[in-house]
Design a protein around this ligand. Structure first.
Ligand code: ATP
Ligand code: MG
Ligand code: FE
Length: 334
């Protein structure tokens, strides 16, 4: 089954053709990062307009790179939640129009389910159940994937997402948006023990996260130094901040893995591109004998191939939509 998939939940417009949920025939992404960088973050109104400008062209490009026409497409899939509502609506309406015009099934896909499904594209032998850490720009979840379309959230952030914390810490250090990559790079030549930033935990909820205290600690550190006219070592701040985020993410996730006796662990979302986080979980899994699946770097951030992968399993479960499909800014993964 060939699925033509679209993603437009934030600041990447993407289209892909995916076969049977596992094989990427094409995947194209138009990133708006350069535009939003001017403002230090995503401007929703601009994001929507840029999606409108490029989505038809991306669709054509995805088909061309897959070496096929619409005649070879069996279903259309689209991210319909969660995300920026105006941005989501562009993808949803384009997919809806295409499905209607061609008489094809329309498959709505939850964005975070898509992030998890990115792993199916890279790991042919990966099947649920497994325990997953989803760490992205807007979410930090510990999720039990009971099967391809049933999820139980064991833990979540109470405030900022991990990616948001990376981006805000990066901004304080003067790195361009989105700052996760810049912190990752700077941290490689910094000392993670230079500054002892806090690693807050949520009382009575060991799988939940709270990153806002850590974020504030970094902002205070940078601003205090600036007020006193003291120089800071950006590499040390980046490495010390990153070490705290990695400790927090790893601690909750590995605790949940132990408590649920999970033997298969999966990472998903933009933040799992982080070098230190990958190394940390890899080392722990090697020591504890758990199987670990990581998406390749190219599939960590937003893309449509992951949406096409998840769509295949949603379709198998009978999850299709009609022309009344709407986008939704907030929606639980379950
Ligand atoms: P969501 O998926 O929650 O809706 P999103 O789609 O905006 O949010 P993603 O595309 O999954 O988020 O991930 C983007 C986030 O990942 C940004 O916050 C970015 O800074 C972060 N990120 C990307 N690469 C790295 C890295 N190497 N280290 C740390 N963070 C990173
Ligand atoms: Mg993005
Ligand atoms: Fe995302």
């Amino acid at each position: 089954m060939n699925i033509l998939a679209f993603e437009s939940s934030c600041d990447e417009t993407a289209a892909a053709v995916v076969r049977d949920g596992r094989e990427v025939l094409s995947s194209v992404i138009a990133s708006q990062v350069e535009t939003h960088r001017l403002y230090g973050g995503v401007v929703p109104e601009i994001a929507s307009r840029q999606h409108v400008e490029v989505i038809a062209q991306l669709c054509a490009q995805a088909l061309e790179e897959a070496g096929c026409t619409l005649d070879a497409i069996d279903a259309v899939a689209v991210t319909y939640a969660p995300g920026l509502i105006g941005a989501l609506l562009v993808g949803v309406n384009f997919a809806k129009g295409l499905a209607l015009a061609r008489g094809l099934p329309l498959i709505p896909v939850h964005h975070l389910r898509g992030h998890i499904a990115a792993n199916y594209l890279a790991h042919p032998n990966l099947t649920p159940p497994f325990l997953c850490l989803v760490a992205s720009g807007g979410h930090s979840h510990i999720v039990q994937a009971d099967d391809y379309t049933h999820f139980t959230v064991l833990g979540r952030t109470r405030d900022d997402a991990a990616g948001e914390a990376f981006d805000k810490a990066a901004r304080a250090l003067g790195f361009p948006y989105p700052g996760g990559v810049a912190i990752d790079r700077a941290a490689q030549s910094g000392n993670p023990d230079a500054i002892r930033f806090p690693r807050p935990q949520v009382n009575g909820a060991p799988y939940d996260y709270s990153f806002s205290g850590l974020k504030t600690a970094v902002l205070n550190y940078v601003h205090n130094a600036a007020q006193k006219g003291e120089a800071i070592c950006k590499e040390d701040v980046a490495a010390s901040f990153q070490a705290a985020v990695v400790d927090m993410l790893a601690h909750g996730f590995l605790l949940a893995a132990a408590d649920t006796a999970s033997t298969t662990l999966v990472l998903a979302g933009g933040v799992v591109a982080n070098t230190a986080l990958r190394r940390r979980i890899e080392n722990d899994c090697a020591a504890s004998g758990r199987r670990l699946y990581l998406p390749p770097l190219a599939l960590c951030g937003d893309n449509a191939a992951m949406i096409g992968a998840q769509a295949y399993y949603e379709y198998q479960a009978g999850h299709t939509a009609g022309a009344d499909l709407n986008a939704c800014a907030n929606m639980e993964i379950g």
